[in-house]
Design a protein around this ligand. Structure first.
Ligand SMILES: Nc1nc2c(c(=O)[nH]1)N[C@H]1C(S)=C(S)[C@@H](COP(=O)(O)O)O[C@H]1N2
Ligand SMILES: [Mo]
Length: 302
């Protein structure tokens, strides 16, 4: 397999932790400068390379269907039934239908990717996902030329998701959307696992979107429906608070949230004195995605 620009590492038999330690040993051994320069793009700082632990990634979550606390998803998500998992694909598509997740996964190529993950709340992690390129699935089902956007719907199951019972302010199910070029971008992943295991339920089993240059809320979890549509879909956070959350939600240190700065981020796992890290434009993926927004005023299209 070739090494793509966005790969932080691609050595299947080496755990992220070992890889990190190896690099540190190499640097300590004095071979430093040259090797560091040879690291793939985005891998400048050794610390930034280090994936968060499985424990961190699965215990500090946003999944409001299970409650508002970061610890709620880990507590309550086990109640979610994920098998069978029918996924409806509809709209402007050649092969609409209901695909069982187990069949759908056979239509695509699953691979591992380590991505930075930046929440709009100004915290971040590094996550070793597995999953498939959304573009591959969309090509298999045949996108029609009139389709300009892709809309995603998360599962609606109040009997298994306590946050969907009673008043929450959110009009369930959770919804998200991407422009067609964003959906087709090779970085856009449908994640089905992390750390080489099936995706834990609190992270959006059995499959969730991952759009690494956008704020985390674009990465809808536990997806049951993918619709190819003509008009820009409304997403849950935009519907809830349009002055604070837009459709694009590109990570941008120059455009602050009305209530806080987006210039820096708190790295989960860095500890109380770990300090904050500067937020990168497009979360560090500008080389792969910036061209899609050429000529757009990113203050207006936030
Ligand atoms: N269905 C659904 N998807 C969701 C959310 C949610 O509440 N419901 N939260 C979003 C937000 S705000 C973030 S930051 C990420 C968190 O993903 P993680 O818990 O796997 O880190 O999921 C996103 N996807
Ligand atoms: Mo988020």
């Amino acid at each position: 397999m070739t090494r793509r620009e966005w790969d932080i590492y691609k050595d299947r038999d080496v755990t992220p932790k070992e890889m990190f330690l190896n690099r540190r040993q190499i640097m300590a051994g004095g071979l430093g400068a040259g090797l560091v320069a040879a690291l793939p793009k985005g891998a400048r700082a050794e610390e930034a390379l280090k994936p968060n632990t499985f424990e961190e990634i699965t215990s500090y979550n946003n999944f409001y269907e299970f409650g508002w606390d970061k610890s709620d998803p880990a507590k309550y998500a086990s109640a979610l039934t994920t098998s069978p998992w029918p996924v409806e694909i509809d709209g402007l598509v050649d092969k609409p239908g209901t695909y069982a997740f187990d069949d759908l996964i056979k239509m695509v190529t699953v691979e591992e990717r380590i991505y930075r993950f930046r929440c709009v709340e100004a915290w971040s992690m590094v996550i070793p996902w597995s999953g498939f390129q959304l573009s591959e699935l969309l090509k298999r089902v045949g996108v029609q030329p009139e389709a300009k956007y892709v809309a995603f719907t998360s599962v609606l199951r109040p009997e298994e998701m306590p946050g969907q019972k009673g008043y929450s302010g959110i009009d369930w199910p959770y919804q998200e959307g991407l422009r067609m070029d964003e959906a087709m971008n090779p970085l856009t992943l449908m994640a089905t696992g992390l750390y080489g295991e099936d995706l834990p339920k609190q992270n959006g089993a059995p499959m969730r979107l991952v759009v690494p240059w956008k704020y985390g809320f674009k990465s809808a979890k536990s997806i049951v429906k993918i619709s190819l549509v003509k008009d820009q879909p409304l997403n849950t956070w935009q519907a809830l608070q349009p002055s604070e959350y837009g459709f694009y939600a590109n990570v941008n240190p120059q455009v602050d949230h009305p209530r806080w700065s987006q210039a820096t981020e708190r790295v989960i796992g860095a500890g109380l004195f770990g300090g904050r890290k500067e937020t990168l434009m497009f979360n560090g993926y500008g080389d792969q995605v910036a061209a899609m927004y050429d000529g757009m005023d990113l203050r207006k299209f936030y």
